[in-house]
Design a binder for this molecule. Structure first.
Ligand SMILES: *Cc1c(COP(=O)(O)O)cnc(C)c1O
Length: 456
C-alpha cells in the first residue's frame, strides 16, 4: 500500500509536455514489411506517395530510423488548447469491482472531436498548410476523425471535403452539422461524385458504405483535384507517430506518481490510439527494460487481429491505395452494422500487426452487448459517458480487474479512454431496449474476404 495517496486526476504542466513524438520503428529489431506499389508490385518509394499525401507526411510514413521527431511549434501551440490530457485513477470503479488491482486511464475525449484523433489531425493540417496545399480530402466512419480534421483545417484555414460512411451519416446527423460548423463539406459515401463510389453503388445500391469504400472515394477525389491531397486518421505509421503524444504524457505522469503499468489495454480499430498509448511502454519491452503486458481489444464483429490473416492487402475497398502487410479480413469485407463505427476497419496498423505477429502483444475480441454493459458501469462510477469504441478498452480493463479479484493480484492496469459517446445515443438506446445483437461473422463469411486478398 502506498503511503501517499495518488490524486484522482493528474495533469502534467505545460512545461512538462513532450516536445517530440516517438517513432516506435526506430527500436524494432525487425521492421514491418514495406508497402507495395499496386501498379508494380515493388516496394513503394516515398515519391510514389507524393501524388496522394502531403510531402512531409509521406516522409514521416517512410522514416523508420528517426527515434524522436520534433513537434512543430504551431502544433504544440494548438495541443496546449486541450492538452495535456488527464491521467485518471479510477478509484470508484475499482471499489465497485472489489478488485485489488489499480486502474488508470488516459482520457482523450476532452476536445470537440470527442476523441484522440485531433492529435494527428492538427499535425496533418499543419504540414498541408506549410506545403501550401489548396485543400484536403478524407473519410470518416463514426465521425470523430472528420470532426477532428475539420477543427484542425478550420484552425489552419484549409478547405476540407469529408466522405462520411452512409450509415453513420444517417445515424448521426449532428456530426455533419459540427463538421459544417468548422466549414468542411460532407458527402455521404458511397456517392456519385467518384468512379469508386459509382462502381460500388452499381453492384450494391443499398449498401450503407464502409470505411474502406469512403477511403477509395476520398483518395480518388484528392488525386483528381489540383492542389489537393488525401489524409488518413489511423492505420498509417505517421498517425501512430503523432499519437505517441498519448503514451509519452502517460508514461511521464506515471513516473511522477511512482507507478508503472503491468498491463496496458486499448481498443483497436486501425490501431492509432493503441499504438500511441503503448509506444513508450513497447519501447521498454523492445529494449528489454520492462515487460508490461499489452492487450488490443477489438469487436467480435470485425476481428482483424484475432481472426484475420497476416497478409498484403489494399487499405481500401476500391483497391487504389498501396498494399500493406497487416492483419486483415480482406479489403472487400464489410462488417455487419455494429455501433462502434471507429472499429469497423478491415485491416490494422502494419506496425502493430508486426509486433503482434512477433509476440510482443496480445489481442482479444469482445461482443458489443458486453461492451455496452461495461460502458454503463463505467459511466455510473466515473461520470464520463464513453464512446462505444472506448468502451471496448473499458471491457478489457474490467475483465482484467475481475481476474485480479479472483487471483488476488494487485496489478496496475492502464487503459486508453479514447473518447466520449454523446453522438452514440442510438447505440445506447438499442442496448437499453434490448434490441442490440451480437453479430459475429462465421468462418464462411471471413473466407470470402480472404479469397479476395491480392496474390503476392
Ligand atoms: C477512431 C476511434 C477509435 C479507433 O481508432 P484507432 O485508430 O484504432 O485508435 C477509438 N476510439 C475512438 C473514440 C475513436 O474515435
Amino acid at each position: 500500500m502506498k503511503t501517499s495517496k495518488i490524486p484522482h486526476r493528474f495533469y502534467l504542466t505545460e512545461e512538462q509536455m513532450p516536445t517530440q513524438w516517438y517513432n516506435l520503428r526506430a527500436d524494432m529489431k525487425e521492421q514491418p514489411d514495406p508497402m507495395l506499389n499496386p501498379a508494380t508490385g515493388k516496394p513503394a518509394q516515398v515519391e510514389d506517395l507524393y501524388p496522394v499525401f502531403c510531402k512531409k507526411l509521406a516522409e514521416q510514413e517512410m522514416d523508420a530510423s528517426s527515434r524522436y521527431v520534433d513537434i512543430p511549434e504551431e502544433v504544440q501551440e494548438m495541443y496546449k488548447i486541450y492538452r495535456p490530457s488527464p491521467l485518471v485513477r479510477a478509484y470508484q470503479l475499482e471499489k465497485a469491482l472489489e478488485t485489488p488491482a489499480k486502474i488508470y486511464y488516459k482520457f482523450e475525449g476532452n476536445n470537440t472531436s470527442g476523441s484522440h484523433k485531433l492529435n494527428s489531425a492538427i499535425a496533418q493540417a499543419y504540414y498541408a498548410k506549410e506545403e501550401g496545399l489548396k485543400g484536403l480530402t478524407t473519410e470518416t466512419g463514426a465521425g470523430q476523425w472528420g470532426t477532428a480534421l475539420s477543427e484542425a483545417c478550420a484552425y489552419f484555414d484549409i478547405p476540407l471535403t469529408v466522405y462520411m460512411v452512409k450509415t453513420s451519416y444517417e445515424q448521426k446527423p449532428f456530426r455533419k452539422t459540427i463538421m459544417e460548423t468548422f466549414d468542411a463539406s460532407v458527402i455521404p459515401s458511397p456517392s456519385m461524385t467518384t468512379n469508386a463510389g459509382k462502381a460500388i453503388l452499381q453492384t450494391n445500391p443499398d449498401t450503407g458504405g464502409s470505411l474502406g469504400c469512403a477511403i477509395s472515394e476520398a483518395v480518388e477525389k484528392a488525386v483528381t483535384t489540383e492542389g489537393y491531397r488525401y489524409v488518413l486518421g489511423s492505420v498509417l505509421n505517421l498517425v501512430l507517430l503523432h499519437q505517441s503524444i498519448i503514451g509519452l504524457e502517460t508514461k511521464k505522469a506515471m513516473e511522477m506518481l511512482g507507478e508503472y503499468p503491468d498491463v496496458v489495454i486499448g481498443c483497436a480499430g486501425g490501431g492509432s490510439n493503441l499504438g500511441g498509448l503503448i509506444a513508450p511502454f513497447m519501447q521498454d519491452k523492445l529494449i528489454g527494460k520492462a515487460n508490461p503486458e499489452i492487450i488490443a481489444i477489438e469487436p467480435a464483429s470485425c476481428p482483424s487481429f484475432t481472426r484475420g490473416k497476416y497478409a498484403y492487402d489494399f487499405c481500401d475497398t476500391g483497391k487504389i491505395t498501396p498494399m500493406a502487410k497487416m492483419y486483415t479480413l480482406g479489403c472487400s469485407f464489410i462488417p455487419s452494422a455494429n455501433h462502434a463505427g471507429g472499429l469497423r476497419y478491415h485491416g490494422m496498423s502494419p506496425i502493430l500487426s508486426k509486433l503482434y505477429h512477433d509476440g510482443y502483444m496480445m489481442a482479444k475480441s469482445v461482443e458489443q452487448t458486453r461492451v455496452f454493459e461495461a460502458a454503463g458501469l463505467f459511466a455510473k462510477y466515473e461520470t464520463i459517458l464513453p464512446a462505444p469504441e472506448s468502451a471496448h478498452a473499458i471491457r478489457g480493463a474490467i475483465d482484467e480487474a475481475l481476474r485480479c479479484k479472483e487471483t488476488g493480484e494487485e496489478k496496475t492496469i492502464l487503459f486508453g479512454l479514447t473518447g466520449t459517446g454523446y453522438f452514440d445515443m442510438t447505440a445506447y438506446a438499442s442496448y437499453r431496449d434490448g434490441t442490440m445483437t451480437d453479430s459475429i461473422p462465421t468462418d464462411d463469411d471471413l473466407q470470402k474476404g480472404f479469397m479476395a486478398l491480392p496474390k503476392i
